[in-house]
Write a protein that binds this ligand. Structure first.
Ligand SMILES: [Zn+2]
Length: 186
C-alpha cells in the first residue's frame, strides 16, 4: 500500500466530481473518491459537481439508496471537504469501502460541508486552483474550519468583508503573492 503524506501545504483546490457521485459525497456516505493518479495532496478542496451526469451510476443500488431525494446539481461548487490522504488497496485484499474501485487511487474524504447555495462554475478533471473570487464566494456561503493560504483560521464571515476589515493582512488568494510579508505595507 502506498500513502501520500501531508506536505503541510494547506492551499485550497478544486475537486470536480460527476453526479451522482458528488451528491453521494455530500451525504457523508461516500468517503472514498476514485482517481487514476496520485496527483492529490491532503488539504481542503472545493467540491465541484461536473457538468455531466454518470447515468449508469444512477441504477446502482448503493448510489440510488444514498442519494435518494437529493437534487443532482451540475456545473457548480456544491460544498467543501477535506482530503486527508490517498492510498491504493493492497493487491488481493477486499476494497476498503463499497465506494472504492480496485487499482485506483482512493482519496480519503472527510469534513464535508454542503453549501446552502451552489455556485455555478466550470471545473476541471485534475486538481484545479480556484480563483480568489470563487474562494471568497464559497467562504461567504459556508461555515467551516477552512484556513487561508497562510494557515490562519477563516472567520465565519464573508472573506471579502474580513479582508476589508483587516487591511494589510493576508488575503484569501489562490497563490501567495510573491514577496508577501506580514508587515507588507508599501
Ligand atoms: Zn482503499
Amino acid at each position: 500500500m502506498s500513502t501520500l503524506t501531508n506536505s503541510g501545504d494547506d492551499w485550497i483546490r478544486g475537486l470536480t466530481v460527476r453526479q451522482p457521485w458528488a451528491a453521494a459525497i455530500l451525504t457523508g456516505a461516500k468517503t472514498i473518491e476514485n482517481r487514476p493518479r496520485a496527483s492529490w495532496r491532503p488539504g481542503w478542496v472545493l467540491l465541484h459537481a461536473g457538468k455531466s451526469i454518470d447515468r449508469w451510476a444512477l441504477s446502482d443500488q448503493l448510489v440510488a439508496n444514498t442519494i435518494r431525494g437529493r437534487e443532482l446539481v451540475t456545473g457548480a461548487v456544491v460544498g467543501v471537504a477535506r482530503i486527508t490522504g490517498a492510498h491504493q488497496d493492497p493487491d488481493g485484499t477486499d476494497p476498503c469501502s463499497p465506494w472504492a474501485l480496485p487499482s485506483m487511487w482512493h482519496l480519503e474524504i472527510t469534513d464535508v460541508h454542503e453549501l446552502t447555495e451552489p455556485i455555478p462554475v466550470a471545473g476541471q478533471l485534475g486538481p484545479w486552483r480556484p480563483s480568489p473570487d470563487l474562494v471568497a464566494r464559497v467562504l461567504c456561503g459556508t461555515t467551516t474550519p477552512l484556513r487561508s493560504h497562510t494557515s490562519e483560521p477563516v472567520r465565519k464571515t464573508c472573506a471579502e468583508a474580513w479582508n476589508a476589515e483587516n487591511p494589510g493582512e493576508a488575503r484569501f488568494v489562490s497563490d501567495p503573492p510573491k514577496g508577501w510579508r506580514s508587515d507588507g505595507h508599501a
